[in-house]
Design a protein around this ligand. Structure first.
Ligand SMILES: C[S@@+](CC[C@H](N)C(=O)[O-])C[C@H]1O[C@@H](n2cnc3c(N)ncnc32)[C@H](O)[C@@H]1O
Length: 300
């Protein structure tokens, strides 16, 4: 059903909403995203103020709901992605709800690293790839796209998150390429030892005591299970580093997203395990430590 907003009402609200964004330090692009998601207006229409030439603006939601949504963004600090129910990531759009972490642009690089690390061993691209803690399914879906011959396995402890990930895979036509399992890390795939070409994970890595001090958009809305990395933030990383060699095939790759400042510790954890080579810490586009990479050592 469509709703029609008087253009003059929209026009005065839109400039008020822009001011609110400025005042509350919220990007004007978020307002643009809200309006273009729910109404017929495009970013260009907003830029050129084309709505001033119209009598009515067609909307997917009632006028009051549109205004309330922006109010909620400003006063409740609800993330815009949860309000519109979508998030663009790499070259696709994902459904997101508060059951899943909003996939971050920084995480997109993990896929490029998987591509880079398999250049030398292209046969790995045809094998099995594991996304541990899949959340919305972002990493698993991108793996299915970049490795068209690969078999993708995705695990999450949260059944609610897996429901969203399955919907995303279905919407993008990749349901038959990704198998989803519920459980803690390797527990649901215990029979798949020595079989993975690569294991990728963006695990929870925030120290428990930091969570309350994060911006309200994160602390009050994103799932605790997706954020909380235990006392020092490294609990999930330790578990994944400990078990990955059992599940990787020879030369298989492990790529973990980490938090800035964790690089030295994570490198030490990986090196101490004694079953990895080519251990390195990589930065993201903002030059912040963001990924740990390693390769399973070949057995002599
Ligand atoms: C930081 S989020 C990453 C989500 C998604 N991969 C992304 O990059 O946007 C971490 C994910 O790990 C999942 N998780 C937390 N503990 C887990 C566990 N013990 N076993 C499996 N998944 C777990 C959470 O439910 C969450 O979806």
């Amino acid at each position: 059903m469509d709703f029609f907003i008087p253009a003059s009402d929209f026009s005065s609200w839109y400039s008020h909403a822009q001011n609110l964004a400025k005042h509350h330090n919220i990007s004007p692009l978020e307002l643009e995203l809200l309006v273009t998601h729910f109404t017929e207006l495009s970013p260009l229409d907003l830029k050129l103020q084309n709505y001033q030439q119209k009598d009515y603006i067609k909307s997917k939601i009632p006028w009051n709901n549109l205004k309330d949504s922006w109010e909620e963004r400003i006063t409740e600090r609800r993330p815009i992605q949860y309000i519109i129910g979508e998030c663009h990531w790499r070259n696709f759009t994902l459904i997101v709800t508060p059951d899943v972490l909003i996939p971050r642009p920084e995480t997109e690089l993990i896929i490029d690293l998987a591509l880079e690390k398999t250049e030398q061993y292209p046969h790995l691209r045809q094998g099995k790839w594991l996304d541990l803690g899949t959340g919305s399914g972002a990493i698993a879906i991108a793996l299915a796209q970049v490795f068209p011959q690969g078999e993708i396995i995705a695990v999450d402890k949260s059944e609610k998150a897996l429901n969203i990930a399955r919907q995303n895979a279905h919407r993008l036509g990749l349901s038959d390429r990704i198998k989803f399992y519920q459980g803690s890390w390797f527990e649901p795939i215990i029979t798949q030892k020595n079989s993975f070409s690569g294991i990728l994970s963006n695990p929870p890595y925030i120290p428990t005591s930091f969570i309350a001090s994060l911006q309200p958009e994160i602390a009050n809305y994103e799932p605790r299970l997706a954020l909380d990395g235990g006392e020092d933030g490294l609990q999930a990383i330790r578990e994944i580093v400990e078990s990955s060699p059992e599940f990787l095939q020879d030369n298989g790759i492990l790529i973990l997203e980490i938090m800035t400042g964790q690089g030295k510790m994570v490198k030490e954890i990986i090196t101490q395990k004694g079953q990895y080579t080519d251990v390195e810490i990589r930065t993201d586009l903002a030059h912040l430590e963001r990924f740990a990479l390693a390769r399973k050592t070949l057995l002599q």
